[in-house]
Design a protein around this ligand. Structure first.
Ligand code: PBE
Length: 269
């Protein structure tokens, strides 16, 4: 029998995520770099993408999708990133905390906490998995904060709580950023005395809100590659507080049972 190519198996479709996200831009670039002009990249959302993955996986159907880590999908399913020899998706990168200009003077306590805030993929994973298992984000965040007193103490050591100052974070409904933003919001509110809210928006408004000063900060900037276009556009209107997590990754992935597909180059044939 003739061999069915990976492209034929998935009808030349890459299952995508939210429009405007870094992964969508990079995947469009990958389709050029790897000469996949007859492929289609579908738009969805983080939740839509994982729902499609779940449906395919449970039926052992082939699927090629955009993936990033940390993410609970790698705990739930046996998946593999496709090799990216042209490095379209870059090397492992960082998630940065970004503040509006002037935040340091206006809210020095929040600023110092945000400047210190950093954690690991395992830390984030605990929150993400609780949320995935049905806990609401606020409860998952408070559980993690109360169980990780030593870490949280490092972030807030010596900071004098304020008296109900309003503080706004923006975030996109990506599982990783729901986890981080919920923890940061909880610490601002419960440990540092702010009246803190987390505004769920799309990626463009997340960056623009901080750049134009409507939003105080966000903890969801994937740099230097994934959000390079937003960073280049708004860098001079932003205060980059550096990495809150290192060694994060994004790319194309498939279920491990797609044994013959190991590199983006394998999609070409
Ligand atoms: N993500 C999750 C985002 C950043 C965080 C990889 C889906 C993206 O812009 O692609």
């Amino acid at each position: 029998a003739e061999q069915v190519t990976a492209g034929e198996q998935v009808k030349y479709t890459i299952t995508g995520t939210d429009p405007g996200s870094g992964l969508m831009r990079l995947t469009a670039q990958a389709m050029e770099d790897y000469d996949l002009s007859n492929w289609t990249l579908t738009e969805s959302s983080a939740a839509g993408m994982t729902a499609q993955l779940d449906a395919a996986y449970n039926n052992k159907q082939p699927i090629v999708f955009v993936a990033w880590s940390p993410h609970w999908m790698f705990n739930t399913y046996d998946l593999k990133y496709l090799d990216d020899p042209k490095l379209t998706y870059g090397e492992p990168e960082e998630i940065h905390t970004i503040a509006r200009l002037g935040l340091k003077d206006d809210h020095p306590v929040a600023y110092e906490f945000l400047d210190r805030f950093h954690w690991t993929a395992d830390d984030m994973g605990e929150v993400m998995i609780d949320i995935q298992n049905g806990m609401d984000a606020e409860s998952a965040a408070s559980k993690w904060v109360e169980e990780n007193e030593a870490k949280v103490q490092e972030w807030i050591e010596g900071l004098e709580p304020v008296n109900g100052d309003p503080f706004t974070l923006s975030f996109v409904m990506w599982d990783s950023e729901l986890a981080s933003t919920s923890v940061v919001r909880y610490v601002l509110e419960e440990k540092l005395g702010y009246k803190a809210e987390a505004l769920q928006v799309e990626i463009g408004p997340m960056w623009i809100g901080v750049a134009n000063g409507d939003v105080d900060a966000m903890v969801a900037a994937w740099l230097p590659v994934t959000h390079a276009d937003y960073w280049e556009r708004y860098a001079d209107q932003l205060d980059d507080l550096g990495a809150n997590m290192v060694n994060v990754k994004s790319g194309l992935a498939v279920p491990a049972y797609m044994e013959d597909v190991n590199s983006i180059e394998d999609l070409k044939s």
